[in-house]
Design a protein. Structure first.
Length: 476
């Protein structure tokens, strides 16, 4: 019979305990010789885990078995070949289909009988259980380290170097990290930041920049578990020098969260896009740039896409002029007349504020309990089953609280008359010094909708920009 041997090792520890490639190969070939078989090849996966079949030598072994290049596969132990019942089932079916046998040097298997197949699957199940148990222990220990603010290895993120296991600032890279956050917080999009950094030979793609902006490592904290099955952990304590302040980081997260919810509404260059509504058909209005004039305009979506609305297009300049006339501090009553949902119920607002504080305190308590249970799990005080049982109710309560806070945050804000008048007094000065992003942020944070119209006597043939009328608006 033509025989091949399969050898695998995943760690240096296995090599030290007798599972080295050389020792496996030596024992396998001695076994082949003792059986009087012809050795025709060797397949070696050095440094690969048996968690799946995605191993170079294993894939070649399967392909050669289908090509019927050998009759029997010899290995030192079954866990060198597979550690998954599903993978074992696939290999046995494949080998049986192409009349290939398997033999272990240290174990006796008979795959020709039902009892023999049951036994080999039982051994594979134990190997899979062992691998999963080791994996769980590793995850628990890594979670414990992250909770304590310690890193779990890996390369240093951009902006840092790794010295003696600790993160230290790489000033040559850190200056670009600071600039990246400054640009993002000033309203620049990620694509613009990518192009800006390329001028300095800092080549990061859009996805990488997005991940960097979301990474709390830059404000001195450690994050772990973002892409794992367990809850994401962000350390409370600062264990390494920060490149940016926590305030700068949180500002970036608020912008990113808003952008993900609002989409283009939050990032377009048109100050009033996302809140404008047509008084004639109720549709939204979108921004439109006329290259010939170099000016920004707004057009009703129904007119633009279907031609079913007769609201004329108008310039952003005309809308801005009308906006400041209607929100002038010289006539605050006009503002209150246009605001259809103006709310002066101070008592309700105070009660809502207290409710939010109570919910936030309860969230903080849940977070502390989860941290303590994680430490108990890592120290072996409780089992993983106990940990899951203890955190189930808190997880449900946490989700409910977050949902309540989300609902409270989008309900209409209660304003008092004096605060509105103060806002109207300061608005012209703020507007004159604000950039496009700050202007848009102000409009979208204060207003839910602004309903606009054009006077019925407007004639496009007059070659004059249409005057704009604000019919009403809703505050957030």
């Amino acid at each position: 019979m033509r025989a091949v041997d399969y050898d695998r090792v995943s760690t240096d520890e296995q090599a030290k305990t007798g599972y080295s490639i050389d020792s496996q190969k030596e024992n396998n070939f001695k076994f082949i010789q003792s059986q009087g078989w012809e050795p025709v090849g060797s397949y070696v996966d050095d440094g690969y885990s048996a968690k799946n079949l995605n191993r170079p030598a294993m894939q070649r072994l399967i392909a050669d078995a289908k090509a019927q290049k050998f009759d029997v596969v010899v290995f030192y132990r079954l866990d060198r070949l597979v550690r998954s019942v599903g993978d074992l089932d696939y290999l046995l079916k494949t080998f049986e289909e192409y009349n290939v046998k398997i033999r272990s040097v240290t174990e006796v298997y008979d795959t020709t009988s039902a009892m023999g197949r049951f036994f080999i699957f039982l051994v594979a199940s134990m190997a899979q259980w062992e691998r999963e148990t080791i994996s769980e222990r590793v995850v628990v220990n890594m979670a414990k380290k992250a909770t304590l603010g310690e890193r779990n290895g890996g390369r240093a993120p951009y902006g840092y170097d790794l010295k003696d296991g600790q993160l230290v600032i790489n000033e040559a890279e850190a200056r670009f990290v600071r600039e990246m956050f400054r640009l993002y917080n000033s309203g620049k999009g990620i694509r613009s930041i990518v192009l800006y950094l390329q001028q300095f030979n800092v080549n990061k793609d859009i996805r990488t920049i997005g991940r960097m902006i979301e990474n709390p490592v830059y404000c001195g904290k450690i994050r772990w578990g973002k892409n794992s099955k367990m809850d994401e952990i962000i350390s409370d304590s600062i264990q390494h020098p920060a490149i940016i302040s926590e305030e700068v980081f949180e500002r970036a997260q608020a912008i990113r969260s808003n952008n993900s919810k609002e989409g283009k509404k939050a990032t377009s260059p048109y100050h009033f896009s996302g809140v404008l509504r047509c008084a004639r058909c109720g549709s939204a209005l979108s921004g439109y740039f006329k290259k010939a004039r170099g000016s920004k305009h707004y057009i009703c979506i129904n007119k633009k896409n279907k031609g079913t609305c007769d609201l004329p297009m108008f310039t952003e300049t005309a809308l801005t002029d009308t906006f400041f006339q209607e929100v002038s501090s010289e006539d605050p009553d006009r503002f209150f007349q246009l605001a259809k949902n103006f709310n002066l119920d101070i008592e309700d607002n105070v009660a809502e504020t207290e409710l939010i504080k109570d919910l936030e305190r309860e969230l903080a308590a849940i977070k502390l309990r989860k941290k303590n249970w994680m430490l108990s799990l890592g120290n072996g005080v409780i089992s993983q089953e106990d940990y899951i049982e203890m955190t189930q109710e808190d997880a449900k309560r946490e989700a409910l609280i977050k949902e309540q806070l989300g609902q409270l945050s989008v309900e209409k804000t209660a304003y008092d008359r004096d605060s509105i008048i103060d806002l109207l007094n300061s608005l012209p000065g703020l507007w004159s010094t604000a950039n496009d992003f700050e202007k848009k942020s102000f409009i979208n944070e204060l207003f839910d909708t602004i309903v606009v119209d054009i006077p019925s006597d407007y004639s496009r043939g007059s070659r004059q920009s249409a005057a704009v009328k604000i019919r009403e608006f809703s505050l957030k």
